[in-house]
Design a protein around this ligand. Structure first.
Ligand SMILES: [Zn+2]
Length: 158
């Protein structure tokens, strides 16, 4: 019985290297001459561009698609950086808005609770006012009765 080990293919993105002094990008092989490895390098110059060996790399970088790509690579990187920054800023803004929303929701909850307390207090006051009104009516009746009695007494006394 023979067993065949399946080595999973590893893909890596090939990226030109930045020359800090000139600000330009240049090609440098990620594979050494004669080196055998299982890494497949993908180049973003053209869809489906893959190289694995030093020879394949050399052939690849000579293609016109790659040459054009390398020429504009600094613009591509710049655009990518801008996009990344934009995304980061949007994420930050989103975080701030989310936090604001949570704060608002908490505030609403707090106000709702306060409202409940005020409602309770108001209802108590209404109940008390009702009692006062009843007492006032009772007192008024007593006053009227006493006034009437006083008038009667005045009449008797002449
Ligand atoms: Zn390429």
């Amino acid at each position: 019985m023979t067993s065949r080990a399946i080595i999973p293919t590893t893909y890596k993105e090939y990226k030109p290297i930045l020359d800090i002094t000139s600000g330009k990008y240049y090609d440098e092989s990620p594979v050494n001459k004669g080196e055998h490895n299982s890494i497949h390098y993908r180049c973003s110059c053209k869809k489906g561009s893959i190289f694995r060996t030093f020879t394949e790399y050399n052939q690849h970088i000579k293609t016109s698609a790659h040459q054009l790509h390398l020429k504009d690579y600094h613009i591509i990187v710049e655009n990518e950086e801008n996009e990344k920054n934009k995304n980061n800023n949007l994420l930050k803004e989103n975080e701030i808005l989310k936090r604001k929303l949570i704060n608002r929701e908490n505030e609403i909850e707090k106000l709702k609770k306060e409202n409940e307390i005020f409602k309770e207090k108001y209802m108590n006051m209404v109940r008390k006012c009702g009692a006062f009104a009843t007492n006032m009516t009772k007192n008024k009746k007593k006053i009227d009765k006493l006034k009437q009695e006083n008038n009667n007494l005045k009449n008797i006394a002449g």
